[in-house]
Design a protein. Sequence first.
Length: 345
Amino acid sequence: MPVSPESSAAIDGVDRLLATVGLAHGRRKLMRASFERQARHPRQLPARQHIPARQPKTRIEILRPPLFAEIEWLISGFSTRTGGKTNTYNPGLRPGELNLGFTSSDSRENVLENRRRFLKELTGDSDLPMVTLRQVHSSLTRRVNARDAGIDARWKGDGMMTSKSGLLLAIQTADCIPVLIADRKRRAVAAFHAGWRGTLKRIVENGVGRMRLEFGSKPKDLVAAIGPGIGQCCYAVGEEVRSEFRSQFAYADDLFCDVYDSDPVKEKYPLLFLTARAPGHSNIGPSLHLDLVEANRRQLLDAGLGPGAISVLGDCTSCRSDRYFSYRAAHGFTGRMLSVIGIRD
């Protein structure tokens, strides 16, 4: 159920009040389990490339993958929430935001104007044809052409690819992981939407396989960018999700960790928060967190890409809800960002 602006403002007010007396929420991992997994399965993780938001909040900000900069025929970029005409999701706090998805809370006219501004900033041409999908958290990847472009999505799916120039592929996200891939030799591109369900179904790994089938792509020629999405720090899931991943991936346990939500009041006055619940049923304790970014990076590696051909771009969308739209941080009442890739005409 959407959170009203009034409720959101009230919550922010309580947070500010707590901060004035030195109380704040924090998170910490259960280190023993983490260290044991690291000892069994050592790994080198690429640091996220945190790009500072140097532009004023009234300006459109686009994150551009550094690995793609050397490919002169490639168009690519990840949007943020800054700029645009939308005032629905944080009224009074910004002069306008860049909601790029058709939602029930924003007008169609606002979204169309936001898309026009974004494409103008990204490509210099606000009228380039763009393909979107009705994303359903599937493993379905489509090969698309110019006839699939339009204001509204024509097909269901969560991945698409093309070798046609002058055509943009756009994935909508507000916490899920966007993955863009380019074939430097075959001049082909692909875009994927990977929530936990799509990741479980190997949307990215299978998508690379489709590129090999459709375009003759070789993994050594592919480069990939993983865009802003919810980080392991904020992505709490149920035990059933870990069970699902364990049934599919040998490295599943490396993707999960236990996290405590530390509350200084509860830690100082624990007797005040005792409950009559039986052991194991209290809401005090660790929660299970999933690393979706690493899960999709591992799929790219399993598909044959080298570690140096994969860049991880941006911040945790939930931690930085001032910069990105986040479904979890806003309890579902939020806009959408676009991750775009295409081939210059």
